[in-house]
Design a protein around this ligand. Structure first.
Ligand code: ZN
Ligand code: ZN
Length: 328
């Protein structure tokens, strides 16, 4: 095997480490909550056992939703530009032979006339990826980690070892939402046992402890650590989740938040914003019953996006097409 090939295989393998780390933490959190807390600790304090069923039902509900959305974020293949965005064979050969950038741009402009493109490079040229040899659709960017052009690319996330973009942005938002709910639920329900363990009875068996006091068992480590880990994740996820909710409301990707897209009329950070409700529908779809489920309901094909400009034009067209009052 060539050394570059071996290196690439190693890189691919190492890229899974953050995902494996998260998976191990999640498996341990399941064991700590269900076995150590709900099976060993809570039954040892008789009067709290009535909460047990409620705890377990909600815990499993949040756990399933979290794992489902995480899974979908990791294993959704990033969407790539379709064939129409590739140059025809003859044009591609001419483009490669051509050395002058102006002549290359001419070839691209000719090929782009039939394509629905509204954005340009900062210099006003057609956006072209030399690596993938494709005209980049609006909001599409090349990811160096995935080595491909990704539609509506948001960012490459090491925690899911995947590109977050058009194909999985909804799943990513739900993954953040459910991980936050999961951690909040754990932190909130574990808190009272966390406090009890700090003030625990020093004896190793519940029989020798006063009523309502926890014995000093191996569950102590798991319960104390569970609270710390859940609280720590809550704080870090909350900021990221709030930021992405703000982006959804503005219909911006992370890349666009840092560098505004350039349209024919110039750069416009709100170029794809259609208003709060329509922006949310772009990612989550217009059927509210699917909003909380990690199933694909984002609008469009990822290749073209309605812009503020086009939207305004459509509205103007609708106004001019309305019949005059004397024609009715
Ligand atoms: Zn590319
Ligand atoms: Zn990527």
């Amino acid at each position: 095997m060539a050394p570059t090939h071996v290196l690439r295989c190693c890189q691919r393998g190492l890229a899974w480490i953050p995902v494996i780390f998260i998976a191990l933490v999640v498996c341990w959190s399941y064991y700590a909550y269900v076995v150590e807390l709900c099976i060993f600790t809570i039954p040892s304090i008789g009067e709290q056992s009535k909460y047990l069923v409620v705890y377990l039902i909600f815990f499993h509900l949040f756990f399933i939703m979290f794992v489902w959305s995480y899974w979908k974020t990791i294993f959704s293949q990033p969407a790539n530009p379709s064939k129409e965005f590739c140059l025809p064979k003859a044009e591609k050969e001419r483009y490669e032979k051509e050395e002058r950038p102006e002549s290359q741009q001419e070839i691209l402009w000719r090929a782009a006339t039939s394509l629905p493109l509204y954005t340009r490079t900062g210099a006003g040229a057609i956006r072209y990826c030399d690596r993938c040899q494709v005209i980049k659709p609006d909001r599409c960017h090349h990811c160096s980690a995935c080595d491909m052009c990704v539609l509506k690319m948001d960012h490459h996330c090491p925690w899911v070892n995947n590109c977050v973009g058009f194909s999985n942005y909804k799943f990513f938002i739900l993954f953040l939402a459910y991980s936050l709910v999961y951690c909040l639920f754990i932190a909130a329900t574990v808190l009272q046992y966390f406090i009890k363990f700090w003030t625990l009875c020093r004896r190793k068996s519940a029989e020798h402890c006063p009523k309502n006091e926890l014995p000093d068992t191996h569950a102590k480590f798991h319960v104390l650590f569970l609270f710390f880990v859940a609280a720590m994740f809550c704080i870090s996820i909350l900021s990221l989740f709030s930021y992405h909710l703000w982006l959804v409301g503005k219909n911006r990707s992370t890349i666009e938040a840092f560098r505004a897209p350039v349209f024919r009329t110039g750069s416009d950070k709100n170029g794809f914003s259609l208003g709060f409700r329509k922006n949310i529908a772009q990612v989550f779809g217009d059927q509210k019953k699917y909003w909380l489920l990690p199933v694909f309901t984002s609008q469009g094909d990822g290749l073209t996006f309605p812009t503020r400009l086009v939207n305004a034009d459509v509205e103007q067209a609708a106004v001019t097409l309305q019949p005059e009052p004397n024609e009715r």
